[in-house]
Ligand binder design. Structure first.
Ligand SMILES: [Zn+2]
Length: 80
């Protein structure tokens, strides 16, 4: 019986097997969202002295797209 974990982003069940290349995430999208949130946390810390720490939804989307572009270049090594 395969191990099933919960996607950290959306809590969907993810089978821990070759069928889930993005595990523990259910999808690359959820992986990127989680990575983006991690970046936001760092961003909050590094910009804490400024008042402009809120990112708009559009900014978040742009960041995800940037990450996706970065992953496209480093797809094989980035998460190893
Ligand atoms: Zn998910």
């Amino acid at each position: 019986m395969p191990t099933v974990v919960k996607c950290p982003t959306c809590q969907a069940g993810v089978t821990w097997s070759e069928q889930s290349p993005n595990r523990p995430f259910c999808s690359k999208r959820c992986q990127l969202i989680d990575l983006g949130e991690w970046s936001f946390e760092n961003n909050k810390i590094s910009t804490a002295v400024t008042s402009d720490t809120q990112m708009s939804v559009q900014d978040q989307q742009e960041m995800i797209e940037d990450i996706e572009a970065m992953l496209a270049k480093n797809d094989e090594s980035f998460f190893n």
